[in-house]
Design a protein around this ligand. Structure first.
Ligand code: PEP
Length: 250
């Protein structure tokens, strides 16, 4: 069901002690009575301790990636079963850094999505155009293709476990944010694209997050747009005051 979500992607930041410190700060500073789902995604090695640490809080834990295979000779990789087994039920897939640095294609992501859903995990599926695509006025085509190739093989029933995160690559970690109007325009397009494929119920029920240099001073305006259901936060998620301010901006 569509609802407000603020998720923090910690990327390759924070060792075990720093993870515990940041979690303690977040527990102290984040509101416990808000109608917004709060998620943090620490690194793989700190997921189990984060799940334990957050057990009696309203903060959920997500993984930043996982492998598509059930198990096997894939040195350095982590499976859906391993995540579920330590109490992680949500996984971020398709982040632009995975696409760019680890060459994850839409076809590969589609198979990761399938594996996650098979294990009853929820997927935060990231996608978005590069600067050159927007400059060439190809951003709608690019986004439509990413949805088509990564997710549109799914059945209607699968969409209860899908959260979308539109993240224009040119706005990630750059300080350059899409204007609230640009975010709304694309989120509306995404909902219309889903409507055309799956119908109004799926389109209205899916939560669509915006990601790309969301900060305490721009969050409120972005989140006020009707098709923006929250944010996927990178840099600002590493500062408990900033992350709490963003959650409170919903
Ligand atoms: C991200 O990495 O998903 C992201 C949105 O990063 P930042 O907020 O730092 O732009």
């Amino acid at each position: 069901m569509r609802h407000k979500i603020v998720a923090g992607n910690w990327k390759m930041h924070k060792n075990a002690e720093e993870t515990e410190d940041l979690l303690n700060e977040l527990i102290a500073k984040l509101p416990s009575d808000v109608a917004v789902e709060i998620i943090v995604a620490p690194t793989f090695v700190n997921l189990a301790s984060a799940v334990d640490h957050l057990e009696f809080t309203n903060i959920d834990v997500a993984a930043q990636n996982m492998h598509q295979a059930e198990s096997g000779a894939f040195t350095g990789e982590i499976s859906a079963d391993m995540l579920k087994n330590i109490g992680v039920n949500t996984v971020i897939l398709g982040h632009s850094e995975r696409r760019a640095y680890f060459h994850e294609s839409d076809a590969l992501l589609a198979s990761k999505v399938n594996t996650a859903l098979k294990h009853d995990m929820r997927v935060i599926f990231c996608f978005g155009e590069e600067l050159k695509d927007r400059q060439a006025h190809q951003h709608f085509n690019i986004v439509e293709n990413q949805l088509n190739d990564g997710l549109f093989h799914l059945e209607t029933k699968d969409w209860v476990n899908i959260v979308l995160a539109y993240e224009p690559v040119w706005a990630i970690g750059t300080g350059e944010t899409a204007t609230p109007e640009q975010a709304q325009e694309m989120h509306h397009f995404i909902r219309e694209t889903i409507n055309a494929k799956y119908g109004g119920d799926v389109a209205e029920d899916v939560s669509i997050l915006y990601g790309g240099s969301v900060k305490p001073d721009n969050a409120k305006e972005i989140f006020s747009k009707p098709d923006v259901d929250g944010g996927l936060i990178g840099g600002a998620a590493l500062n408990s005051d900033h992350f709490a301010a963003i959650v409170n901006a919903i």
